[in-house]
Structure formats: structure tokens, C-alpha cells
Design a protein around this ligand. Structure first.
Ligand code: DHB
Ligand code: FE
Length: 266
């Protein structure tokens, strides 16, 4: 039953909102401006745009909740790979693709291709995890995810890969580029008000799942990217930056990214 917990959470929220109003001597106009902002976020949102989540993200709330969540997992003797926020662009219905194939079907002229591959293992024992699912998604070089962009086919730059007997996965993708979060709604307005930019460092999203293990939602960041120090949604963490290396002898990819994932037992 979630009711007692919900009561605790909502009681604390209401107390803190009252304290906030008292602290700043909130005026009627200011309170109404806040109401308009929430309504505006709601009106902008649909199945392709999640402005409520974006608003939470620019104030660092999703990132804080992720930190709180990971705090438990990281206490383990041999902790799993660090988690990171989900963000608003994951889709539940991405297709399963074959290892070694590409997720890029509308490759822009200015895109640079990378081959990403690695092994999924048990954090505790190091045992390879066969049949794990690696769900991946990324923005194109124009800064748009497939569902934001009518020039990309359905499920471009996303897909699920199932690890082989040695726990390995592999695919071709774009070397990611920095990406501006949507700036034309209340999240953008808030960023402007605070003199903050709307960019995220170059990243690839992952959800890795295996039977008997806790699901891992994370992002990896190109160590050479701009905005690692001032990500607009505060998702960058130690241990999540990766190095793209030149890939030799592969006409399909200029860069190689090896990335292993450790999952924690349930
Ligand atoms: C957010 C996350 C992303 O990964 C992204 O590409 C854009 C926005 C977010 O947390 O709001
Ligand atoms: Fe993203």
C-alpha cells in the first residue's frame, strides 16, 4: 500500500512550499506567475514533449533523485556502473536490433560514425551476463531526437541490443554532439532568467537490464565534449565520461568506443 508513504511525501512537500512562500514573502502576482508557468508546461506537453520533466531537470531535481537512488547501490563492496537521469526522450517501444548493426538510418553529412561495443557483467562476481538488454538512444547532429524531428525515420538513433553468450553487445552509432534542450517553453524561460545556457554535453543514453539484476539507467559523456562542467540538467557524474579512440581498418566507423557495464544483483 503506497498511501502512508504518499501522505508522508505530500505533507513534507506542503510544509516546504509554505516555508518557501514565507521566506520570500511571495506576492499574489508571483504566485499567479508560478501557476501560469505550471499550466504552460502542461499545455506544451504531449507524447513527444515532456515539459514538466524538463522543468524538473533544469532545477536539478531529477539529478538529485538519481543521486538519492544510487546512494544505496554504491554502498556495495563492488558497486555497479553509475546511474544517471533518464531524461524526457526515452521510448518504451524501441526495436530489438542485431549486434554489429547500426542505429543510424538518416545519417547527416556532418555526422561522424562510432562503433560502440562492450561487455555486460555482474558487478559482484565479474561473470558475463548473456541475454542482457542494452537499450540505447541519442540525438542527431541537429540536436534533435527522432520523435522531435520529421526528417528522421521512426526509431532512428535508438534500439535494443541483446548480449551474446559472453555478455557482449555492439552497434554503430553517431559520435554524439552537444545538444540544446528545448528552449521555447517554461524550462527555457527559467534558464534565461538564471542566465544559464541550454546545452547538454555530448552523450549517449543507455538502459541495461538483465534477469535477476537491478536495471541500470545511465548516460555516457564524451570526455572531449564542451559543457561537461555545466550540463544544463546536471547529469554528469564521475565515472561516466568515456574516451572515443580512432578505429582502424573499419570503413564504417572513424571512432571506437568500448564501454563495459556492471550490474548489481537485485
Ligand atoms: C534532458 C535530458 C536529455 O538527455 C536530453 O537530451 C535533453 C533533456 C533532460 O533531462 O531534461
Ligand atoms: Fe539526451
Amino acid at each position: 500500500d503506497t498511501t502512508p508513504r504518499m501522505r508522508t511525501v505530500m505533507t513534507a512537500l506542503i510544509q516546504h512550499v509554505h516555508d518557501f512562500a514565507r521566506e520570500v514573502n511571495l506576492t499574489t502576482d508571483e504566485w499567479l506567475a508560478g501557476v501560469s508557468m505550471l499550466n504552460w508546461a502542461g499545455q506544451m506537453s504531449n507524447n513527444k514533449r515532456n515539459e514538466g520533466q524538463l522543468l524538473c531537470d533544469v532545477i536539478g531535481l531529477e539529478s538529485l533523485v538519481d543521486d538519492i537512488t544510487y546512494r544505496e547501490a554504491s554502498k556495495a563492496d563492488k558497486p555497479p556502473t553509475s546511474s544517471a537521469i533518464l531524461g524526457p526522450f526515452w521510448r518504451a517501444d524501441a526495436p530489438i536490433r542485431e549486434n554489429g548493426t547500426t542505429i543510424s538510418f538518416n545519417t547527416p553529412k556532418n555526422a561522424v560514425i562510432a562503433y560502440m561495443h562492450g561487455q555486460v557483467t555482474c558487478a559482484e562476481t565479474g561473470k558475463p551476463l548473456a541475454n542482457a538488454t542494452v537499450d540505447v538512444w541519442q540525438a542527431s547532429t541537429n540536436g534533435l531526437y527522432e520523435q522531435q524531428d520529421s526528417d528522421q525515420i521512426d526509431c532512428n538513433l535508438r534500439g535494443k541490443f541483446v548480449t551474446d553468450a559472453e555478455g557482449r553487445y555492439s552497434f554503430y552509432c553517431l559520435r554524439p554532439t552537444p545538444y540544446p534542450i528545448p528552449f521555447d517553453g517554461p524550462a527555457g524561460k527559467l534558464l534565461k532568467l538564471m542566465d544559464r545556457h541550454q546545452y547538454r554535453p555530448a552523450h549517449i543514453h543507455l538502459i541495461v537490464e538483465a534477469e535477476g539484476y537491478s536495471s541500470l539507467t545511465t548516460q555516457i559523456f564524451d570526455k572531449d565534449s564542451k559543457y561537461l562542467e555545466d550540463d544544463s540538467v546536471f547529469a554528469v557524474k564521475d565515472g561516466l565520461t568515456v574516451e572515443f579512440k580512432p578505429r582502424n581498418g573499419d570503413s564504417q566507423a572513424e571512432w571506437d568506443l568500448e564501454y563495459d557495464v556492471k550490474l548489481g544483483k537485485k
